[in-house]
Design a protein around this ligand. Structure first.
Ligand SMILES: [Mg+2]
Length: 330
C-alpha cells in the first residue's frame, strides 16, 4: 500500500491510544473538514483481513465484489483504517471485517426493490445472535456464513460487551434501510441518513475499539454533538458520491443533493453547493456543542470519545477526498 508521505506524530495532549499516525488532510485539495485525520498503525493487517473476508463473503465476478475492489483502491488507505484509526489493532481487524460484510450486503441490496431488500436484511438479522445458530454454517448464504464467523470472534474477544454489541448491530440492520421511496425534505432526510450511513453502529464500535464504555449519563451528555457529527458523516458521503450515484437505478436514492434539488426546485450544481454549506454548518454546530459540554466536568472517557469521533469525521472527509472513485468532476 502506498500511503501519504505526510505523516507527523500524534498530537501532544492526545487522550486516546497511540495506535495511529496523523495524516495531513489539508494537503488534499478537495478536503474541507475542520477535523484532523489519522491512519492506523495496523493498516496493512486490516487491509489483508478485509480482502480475505471479501473473498469469503462474495462471489468472484459479481457487482458487489467489483465494488469492494474499487473501494479498496484508495492508495491513501481504507475507510476503516482511517476512520477507525483510534481502535486497538486486534479490535480494528474484527470491526473492519464485520463492517465489510455489512457493506457488501448493502451493495447487494441497494439495487433491489425495497421489499426484496428488507427480506434480505431479515435473513442477515438471523445471524446476529449471542448464541449463533450453527446451521448458518451449513446452509447459510456466503454473507451469512462470513458474518457468523467474524461475529463469533468479536463475541469471544469481549464476552461482557457482546450483548450490547449485538444489540447495536441488530439496530443498524433493522433501521438503515427501513423506509422506502425518496425524501423531499432535509429535515426528514437528515435523521434517517445518520442511521442509514451506519453512524450509530460506527460510533458504538469507536468506543468498542478503544475498549471503552460511556455511562448512560455520559452518553446522553454528548447526544446532540453526536447527531451533528452523524449529519456530517452521512452528508459528506452524499457530497462526494453524488456524481457516481446520480444515475443509479434504484427506487430509493439516498443522497442529500437530490433531496435539496426537490426541496428547493433547483439544479444539481446549486444543490451540491448548498449541501456543502449544510455540512460546514453541522461541523460548526458540533464544535459549539463540544465547547458547551466541556464547560462542565468531563471524564477522560468523554474526552477520548470527542477525540475519536473527530478523527472519524476528519478521516471520513480525508478518505472520500482521496478515493479515486469519487474524484470525477464534471
Ligand atoms: Mg453515497
Amino acid at each position: 500500500m502506498q500511503v501519504a508521505s505526510t505523516y507527523s506524530p500524534v498530537c501532544p495532549g492526545s487522550t486516546i491510544p497511540s495506535v495511529f499516525e496523523t495524516v495531513q488532510g489539508n494537503k488534499v485539495p478537495v478536503f474541507f473538514s475542520r477535523y484532523p485525520a489519522g491512519i492506523s498503525i495496523a493498516a496493512r493487517e486490516v487491509e489483508d483481513a478485509v480482502r480475505k473476508i471479501d473473498e469469503e463473503a462474495s462471489e468472484e465476478g459479481t457487482r458487489e465484489r467489483h465494488q469492494a475492489i474499487v473501494r479498496h483502491a484508495n492508495p491513501y488507505g481504507s475507510f476503516f483504517t482511517i476512520g477507525h484509526c483510534s481502535a486497538f489493532p486486534e479490535r480494528l481487524v474484527l470491526f473492519s471485517t464485520l463492517a465489510e460484510v455489512l457493506w457488501l450486503h448493502d451493495d447487494v441490496t441497494e439495487e433491489m426493490d425495497h421489499a426484496s431488500a428488507c427480506r434480505e436484511h431479515d435473513e442477515m438479522l438471523k445471524v446476529l445472535q449471542l448464541n449463533i445458530d450453527q446451521s448458518i454454517f451449513e446452509s447459510g448464504s456466503m454473507r451469512q456464513k462470513a458474518l457468523a464467523v467474524v461475529l463469533q470472534k468479536a463475541i469471544d474477544i469481549d464476552p461482557k460487551e457482546a450483548p450490547t454489541m449485538i444489540k447495536e448491530l441488530r439496530k443498524y440492520l433493522a433501521t438503515f434501510d427501513c423506509i422506502g421511496g425518496d425524501f423531499t425534505q432535509m429535515e426528514d432526510y437528515m435523521p434517517y441518513r445518520i442511521a442509514n450511513s451506519g453512524y450509530w453502529m460506527s460510533s458504538y464500535f469507536i468506543r468498542w475499539g478503544m475498549n471503552m464504555t460511556l455511562t448512560e449519563e455520559e452518553y446522553a451528555s454528548v447526544e446532540q454533538f453526536d447527531i451533528a457529527m452523524g449529519n456530517v458523516v452521512g452528508l459528506t458521503n452524499d457530497y462526494f458520491s453524488w456524481n457516481v450515484e446520480k444515475d443509479s437505478q434504484t427506487d430509493r436514492l439516498r443522497n442529500g443533493v437530490m433531496v435539496l434539488m426537490k426541496e428547493h426546485q433547483t439544479t444539481a450544481d446549486a444543490a451540491k453547493a448548498m449541501l456543502l454549506g449544510v455540512i460546514v454548518e453541522q461541523e460548526s454546530l458540533a464544535a459549539k456543542l463540544k465547547e458547551e459540554r466541556l464547560k462542565k466536568p468531563a471524564s477522560k472517557k468523554i474526552l477520548q470519545y470527542f477525540e475519536a469521533i473527530e478523527l472519524y469525521v476528519g478521516g471520513s472527509c480525508y478518505w472520500h477526498s482521496t478515493a479515486p472513485r469519487y474524484q470525477i468532476f464534471e
